[in-house]
Design a protein around this ligand. Structure first.
Ligand SMILES: NC(=O)C1=CN([C@@H]2O[C@H](COP(=O)(O)OP(=O)(O)OC[C@H]3O[C@@H](n4cnc5c(N)ncnc54)[C@H](O)[C@@H]3O)[C@@H](O)[C@H]2O)C=CC1
Ligand SMILES: O=C(CO)COP(=O)(O)O
Length: 344
């Protein structure tokens, strides 16, 4: 952090990834007074952000602050950063971060903006960060909440949770992201905050399928509520604080994503529900729908910990085992009768 002339403190931020959320987070921290540089893979993104102050591919029509800088040079983005926000697709984090490790400023806090679980290892993003960058938990944070990029980029009121094992680091991230239109809460429950974001994408796929099949709000409410029970069961097995799931990064994100046509995961499911094949849906999906790949990793994680996740199983069966959506739906509704708090 640096002292500004006049006494205030400013902070430097590197946002690694210039997709819809990376760009939006960069704008948010710029609006909060930070000096923000976004790293983009492609030179045309850099040019669009620096010259036209617009990320026309991911956030068309949103005017970005003139102070928000972009570069395709990771070293330039990372130089002197207090916070390094990681906003690439979850399954590409390991490879990307490995290349950036030698460039990370020694005291920077690494912030995961991603909502996925790694295939093959079943690791949460904060675990991948800790392992690849070889940094202690005190330097790894997660920022998550009901944040549909386009709405937050438009300056609509929103909120998120900044979670870190080190409460002081969480407070610094909180202070760095508070604006007149955005509130940030802190938490030390990294596992819970992270799982809420990753697993709600799978529930959103399921809700999307139901919407695509023509079902209404009763079915949607059923899936969201039982989806939350599924998230909480996995969270309990992994040591999360159950209260986290009643908060912004749990129920909040679940409601936001499952209710919004802006959600890429919900839209993906909806297209499947309308009868498109998986290949057709993949072909029309231009942005990252993390639940599609993470569903397999979450199911594997659940099985390792003996946690029942029937909706996640149903999503994996539809996506990867060729099970028709109608059959998956009827196997969910005809599960054996249970008390509501079964397994919680
Ligand atoms: N869009 C949203 O509303 C929100 C997204 N997130 C999370 O943020 C993360 C990033 O998602 P978005 O920005 O929304 O995705 P996006 O699809 O809009 O952008 C992805 C970005 O990653 C880049 N990219 C793709 N493959 C890459 C690779 N192999 N190496 C390096 N860069 C690569 C793309 O060029 C693009 O800049 C995801 O985990 C998502 O779940 C979290 C909160 C809100
Ligand atoms: O995480 C999100 C909202 O909080 C964005 O959801 P999608 O990735 O489904 O668009």
């Amino acid at each position: 952090m640096e002292r500004r002339r006049g006494g205030g403190v400013t902070f430097r931020v590197a946002v690694m990834g210039a997709g819809s959320w990376g760009t939006t987070f960069g704008k948010l921290l710029c609006d909060a007074g930070g000096e923000v540089t976004v790293w983009a893979r492609r030179p045309e993104r850099v040019e669009a952000i620096n010259e036209r102050h617009e990320n026309s591919e991911y956030l068309p029509g949103v005017e970005l602050p003139a102070a928000l800088r972009a570069t395709a040079d990771a070293a330039e983005a990372l130089a002197g950063a207090d916070f390094v926000a990681l906003a690439v697709p979850a399954q590409t984090l390991r490879e990307n971060l490995a290349a950036w490790v030698p460039l990370l400023p020694p005291r920077s806090v690494l912030v995961s903006l991603m909502k996925g679980v790694e295939l093959g290892t079943c690791r949460r993003m904060s675990e991948v960060i800790g392992e690849v960058a070889d940094v202690p938990a005190e330097r790894v944070a997660v920022f998550s909440g009901p944040n549909l990029a386009r709405e937050i980029a438009a300056g609509q009121p929103g909120a998120a949770v900044a979670a870190c094992a080190d409460e002081e680091a969480a407070r610094r991230l909180q202070a760095a992201a508070m604006t007149p239109y955005f509130r940030v809460y802190t938490s030390t429950d990294v596992v819970g905050v992270e799982l809420g974001g990753a697993v709600k994408n799978i529930v959103a796929l399921c809700v999307g399928m139901a919407v695509g099949l023509g079902f209404g709000d009763s079915t949607r409410a059923l899936l969201m509520t039982r989806g939350l029970a599924e998230i909480a069961r996995l969270g309990a097995a992994l040591g999360a604080d159950e209260h986290t799931f009643a908060g912004l990064a749990g129920m909040g994100d679940l409601i936001g994503t499952c209710s919004s046509p802006l959600s890429r995961n919900r839209t993906f499911g909806e297209n499947l529900g309308r009868g498109m094949t998986l290949d057709e849906v993949v072909a029309v999906t231009k942005q990252t729908a993390e639940g599609v790949k993470s569903s397999g990793a979450v199911l594997e994680l659940a099985r390792k910990h003996n946690v029942e996740m029937p909706m996640t199983e149903a999503v994996v069966a539809v996506l990867y085992e060729g099970v028709p959506i109608a059959d998956a739906a009827s196997s969910l509704i005809s599960r054996s009768p249970k008390p509501e708090r079964y397994g919680l």
